[in-house]
Ligand binder design. Sequence first.
Ligand SMILES: Cc1cc2nc3c(=O)[nH]c(=O)nc-3n(C[C@H](O)[C@H](O)[C@H](O)COP(=O)(O)OP(=O)(O)OC[C@H]3O[C@@H](n4cnc5c(N)ncnc54)[C@H](O)[C@@H]3O)c2cc1C
Length: 346
Amino acid sequence: MIDVQYNVDLARHTTFGISAKCDIFAEYDTVDDLVQLLCSPELQKVPIINIGEGSNILFVSDFNGAVLHSRIYGIEIISDKGDEVLVRAGSGVCWDSFVGWAAENSLYGIENLSSIPGTVGASAIQNIGAYGVEAKDVIFKVEAYDTVEHKNKVFSVEECLYGYRDSMFKHTQPHERYIVTHVQYRLSRKKQFNISYGALSKMASDIDLTLHKVRDFITQVRNKKLPDPAKNGSAGSFFKNPVVPTAIFNKLADRHPDMPHYPAEKQGFIKLSAGWLIEHAGLKGFSIGGAVVWPLQCLVIANAGNADASDVISLMEHIQQCVKNEFQVNLFPEVLLIPEKAILKK
Ligand SMILES: Cc1cc2nc3c(=O)[nH]c(=O)nc-3n(C[C@H](O)[C@H](O)[C@H](O)COP(=O)(O)OP(=O)(O)OC[C@H]3O[C@@H](n4cnc5c(N)ncnc54)[C@H](O)[C@@H]3O)c2cc1C
C-alpha cells in the first residue's frame, strides 16, 4: 500500500520536533510500492529524500519536494550455520526493536547499539556506532533500489565503503541515488560480549552477563546523559568527532594534557572528542533562542521547546567559531542539514 499526503509538517516526523513543511509525504509498504511511487508522474518532477525516523536530520527550511518513508517491516533468518546466523530486516524496522529481537533470539553482535533511535534502513547509510561497535561490523549485504538505473541492487559490505558515520550511499550522484529496502546482518550464536569500552567495562565482573543485561545497562547510561525525547527534541550528536594530524594533536595535548583522544582509522591522525572541545570552549548549557547545548552531553544540541531551525543553525555556527578560536579545530555537523545548499549560501 502507498499513502500520500500533501503539505505536511515534518515536526512529528523528525526527532528535533522542529517545524518545516514538505510538499509531498509518501509512505510505502513494499519494494513494489516504492517502485510504483517513484514512477508516478508527480514524483518524477520533484527532488526526493527518503527518511527513517528523522533522528539525524534537520530540515532548515520547507522542502519543496517529496519526503519518502519506508514501512517495509519484517525480520527473517535467511541462513543458520552453527555460530553464524544471517538475518534480513526491512528498512522500516525500528532499529532498537531489531536489537531487542536479536537479544530475544540469543543472537550476539549488536547489543552495544541498543537504544539508538532510527531505522534499520538508516543504520546502513549512517554506519551507526556506539560503545566500540559499528553497523559495518555486522552488516553482510545491503539491498537498495537504484533510482537512476531503476533496478534493485545488492551491495556487499566492502562495496558500501564504510567509514566513521559514513558510507558510499552519502556520496552518490545524484544525492539519494539509492533507497535502502532491506539490510542483511551477520550475527553470532557464540556467547561473546564487547564490554571493554568506557562505562561497559563495569560489567566485566558479572559472571552471569546476558544480552538483556547489556541492553538494560546501555539504555540506563544513555537515558542519563541524553535528553528525554518526550521533553526535548534533538538529533543526537550534532557534530562528528574531529580527526586531526598527530602533530596538531601533540601541540594541543601540551596545553591540555587531560584532553581525551582516540586512535583514528587513518595513519598519522588522532580523533578528538567534539563534546570535550565544546565543553572546554565554555559552551555547556549555552543557548540561542530555543536551541541549547545539552549540559549533560555537550555534543548534543537540544530543542528547549520552542526552537526553530535558525536557532539551531546560529548555535551550530557559534559553537564552530568558539571551538576554532579556542583550539584551532574545525567541527563539522554529523546531522544532515536539508537543503544543504541553504547552509552553503549563508
Ligand atoms: C537521542 C539520539 C541519540 C543518538 N545516538 C546515536 C548513537 O549513539 N550512535 C549513532 O551512530 N547515531 C546516533 N544517533 C543518530 C541517529 O539515531 C542515527 O543516525 C540513525 O541511524 C538515524 O536513523 P533514522 O531512521 O532516524 O534516519 P534519518 O535521520 O531519517 O535519516 C538519516 C539519513 O539516512 C537516510 N536514509 C534513511 N533511511 C533511508 C533509506 N531507507 N534509504 C536511503 N536513505 C535513507 C536519510 O536520507 C538521511 O540521509 C542518535 C540520535 C538521537 C536523536
